[in-house]
Design a protein around this ligand. Structure first.
Ligand SMILES: NC(=O)c1ccc[n+]([C@@H]2O[C@H](COP(=O)([O-])OP(=O)(O)OC[C@H]3O[C@@H](n4cnc5c(N)ncnc54)[C@H](O)[C@@H]3O)[C@@H](O)[C@H]2O)c1
Length: 323
């Protein structure tokens, strides 16, 4: 199998690349390093089944740079995954979250790549969906620009499936965590605590409680769904949507305390705000119904809090100054 991965230098891209290589696939990753880093792909550099190109996949016709190659599957992961940044600069999500998807779909169509994987998000459900939220939730009203970019992307994928004979798997992730973070609450807290070990100012009251998934569990879910998608989901069995996260949840307060503990801090103060949300567009509680992906036989190795605590430990080591 030949696999093309956009956003391959990111957190999920790194783990998905490793998994496909382990399964015997040939992998070409493309990334523009806007969030991911070259260090994230270093481990594959001597693998003859791996190739990398630095490319901006929001640019029309980027596939001309890889003309002549053929692929069985395109996994489109490139996006602006930093939600609060996208709310401050909406054009960022238009370009990096939506237009990258449109251009990736055009690549799948023009290069006749039959299978398309998309990394969507629980952010498509917005503020008050039923919980745990099923894939067929009636509430698809995103409150972040990022969530809007993901939902618009899903709509285009649905239409490309119908028009151009592509099979698509859309995964609405919870918060994915692991060693090679590029953004998010753990990345943020550890970075800020290293600059100022005596104080941590938290956005919101810290009771925001979200569902987290370890990146290895996330990519194993993607792989299993590809192999065993049950037929007859939302539109047709050629357009599959899966929630992908753990069933539990973890609070920002737990993450703040554990970050201080892992950094061995003794005299510190964590300051919380009064607001129940961290920023406009933040969704303070998430919980996903994952029964559909479980029907494929998927069982996560870690629950939400175990995934978070492992990621704090691993990312603290990975990002140690001087490494
Ligand atoms: N990590 C999460 O909690 C989470 C949750 C829900 C959905 N997702 C989605 O899953 C995907 C992977 O997430 P991640 O955590 O690995 O994020 P990430 O930021 O680590 O990886 C995304 C990668 O895309 C690259 N990229 C961005 N714009 C690009 C462009 N125009 N051209 C080429 N490369 C570009 C970045 O450099 C980065 O390496 C993203 O689409 C993200 O939105 C992530």
């Amino acid at each position: 199998m030949r696999v093309l991965i956009t956003g391959g230098a990111g957190l999920v891209g790194n783990a998905l690349t490793r998994l496909f290589l382990k399964k015997g696939a040939k992998v070409l990753c493309v990334d523009n390093f806007s969030l991911g880093t070259r260090r994230h792909i270093q481990e594959f550099e001597n693998n003859s089944d791996f190739d990398f190109m630095e490319l901006d996949v929001s640019v029309p016709d980027w596939h001309k740079k890889i003309r002549g190659q053929s692929f069985d599957l395109l996994a489109h992961l490139a996006a602006n995954s930093d939600i609060s940044l996208g709310n401050a600069h909406p054009e960022m999500d238009k370009r990096r979250t939506f237009e990258t998807t449109f251009e990736a779909l055009m690549v799948a169509r023009d290069m006749k790549i039959p299978k398309f994987i998309f990394s969507s998000s629980s952010a498509v459900y917005g503020q008050n969906p039923p919980m745990p939220t099923p894939e067929f939730s009636p509430s698809l009203h995103p409150v972040s620009i990022y969530g809007a970019g993901k939902l618009a992307s899903e709509a285009f994928i649905s239409a490309f499936v119908e028009n151009y004979g592509i099979d698509a798997w859309v995964f609405r992730f919870g918060n994915v965590v692991g060693e090679k973070l590029t953004h998010g609450v753990i990345y943020d807290f550890l970075g800020r605590l290293r600059k100022n070990p005596s104080q941590l100012n938290v956005l919101g009251n810290g009771f925001q409680t979200k569902t987290y998934i370890d990146v290895e569990d996330c990519v194993s879910g993607i792989y299993l769904a590809l192999e065993k998608s049950p037929a007859g989901s939302l539109h047709s069995d050629r357009f599959q949507i899966f929630n992908l996260s753990t069933e539990g949840a973890t609070s920002v307060r737990q993450i703040a305390e554990e970050s201080c503990r892992v950094l061995n801090l003794k005299n510190y103060k964590i300051n919380y705000e009064d607001s129940p949300i961290g920023w406009v567009g933040d969704v303070p509680k998430t919980s996903l119904d994952v029964s559909k992906i479980k029907k494929c036989g998927w069982r996560p190795q870690m629950d939400s809090t175990a995934a978070v605590f492992k990621a704090i430990k691993d990312y603290a080591l990975w990002s140690q100054p001087g490494t």
